[in-house]
Design a protein around this ligand. Structure first.
Ligand SMILES: NC(=O)c1ccc[n+]([C@@H]2O[C@H](COP(=O)([O-])OP(=O)(O)OC[C@H]3O[C@@H](n4cnc5c(N)ncnc54)[C@H](O)[C@@H]3O)[C@@H](O)[C@H]2O)c1
Length: 270
């Protein structure tokens, strides 16, 4: 059974102004929709048009898209100005935009490496730096960065991805220390395998997709891979007063995959 945001909505983000980078699809979109359902006004900062959300608030008055390239300081500054003019501040910044490069370090060029770092690590730095003035004086402002279990371990051929996500976890701790005295909390969520376009290619290329999904699910004590809504629920919690004494933490949301120690097939019980 996956998370059910509808059953849990109760206005926990009423009146909050929330920015979600990479909110056009996947995990980011689930975070956008969850905050909007909880009463927040959500600004999606993304390279691409989220589709059913245009510039200006949507019909429900809860979501809008402002074009953003998190790698580009000028774009981030323009985005911050637009949000300030439209909403007068920001309560929650979710740094979710990310890319994943899968290749051997032998083939990875400096340009490949720099792009991964620019999106995954420079992006959260630039967004925190330039949205911080919009968070000053707000009630319990919070930054939530989307890291990864690959900031804790690594899949094969993921040097730049794993390094950038470990960097996101380090940035999270550093910002918690530096911004705590200003009242800004900063935490990260480290998702495990979540079913999105980012990793669907992995299973789609397998000749027997159903078998690949079943084998993946079996790695998880909860018996399934993750849904974007699973991540959204934890991000929401970290941005509410329920987590008011939580900062500098990396919260793993992986169905127990990192907790389960591996055994050779000959010794495994299942
Ligand atoms: N899917 C997973 O299993 C998984 C696991 C752990 C962590 N994550 C992390 O979660 C986050 C979201 O992943 P996802 O699976 O939803 O990915 P996705 O590829 O489905 O969506 C990423 C979004 O980021 C946007 N984006 C990319 N570059 C951008 C840029 N320069 N500026 C602004 N927006 C940009 C894209 O347009 C897209 O809308 C990423 O940081 C990813 O590393 C994902």
């Amino acid at each position: 059974m996956t998370a059910s945001p509808d059953a849990a909505t109760s206005g926990r983000a009423d009146g909050r102004i929330v920015v979600v980078t990479g909110g056009a699809r996947g995990i980011g979109r689930a975070i956008v929709d969850r905050f909007a359902a909880e009463g927040a006004t959500v600004v999606i900062g993304d390279l691409t048009d989220p589709g059913n959300v245009g510039a200006g608030l949507d019909v429900a008055g809860h979501r809008e898209w402002v074009p953003l390239d998190v790698t580009d300081e000028a774009s981030v500054l323009e985005f911050a100005e637009t949000v300030q003019a439209g909403h007068g501040g920001v309560d929650v910044l979710v740094n979710n935009a990310g890319i994943m490069d899968t290749r051997s370090i032998r083939d990875e060029t400096v340009a490949d490496w720099d792009l991964a770092m620019a999106v995954n690590l420079r992006g959260p730095f630039l967004m925190a730096k330039h949205l911080l003035p919009l968070m000053e004086g707000r009630d319990d402002p919070a930054i939530v960065n989307i890291g990864s279990i690959e900031g804790l371990g690594a899949n094969a051929l993921h040097a730049s991805y794993a390094a950038s996500k470990a960097g996101v976890h380090g940035l999270t701790r550093a910002l918690a220390v530096d911004l705590g005295p200003m009242g800004v909390r900063c935490n990260a969520v480290a998702p495990g395998w979540i079913d999105t376009d980012l990793n669907r290619g992995y299973v789609d290329k397998h000749p027997n997709r159903d078998q690949a999904v079943a084998e993946l699910a079996s790695l998880h004590p909860v018996g399934r891979i993750g849904d974007p809504a699973d991540v959204a629920g934890t991000v929401l919690w970290l941005a509410t007063p329920d987590a008011g004494f939580v900062t500098g933490q990396v919260v793993t949301v992986d169905g127990g995959r990192m907790t389960r120690l591996s055994l050779p097939a000959s010794l495994a019980d299942d």
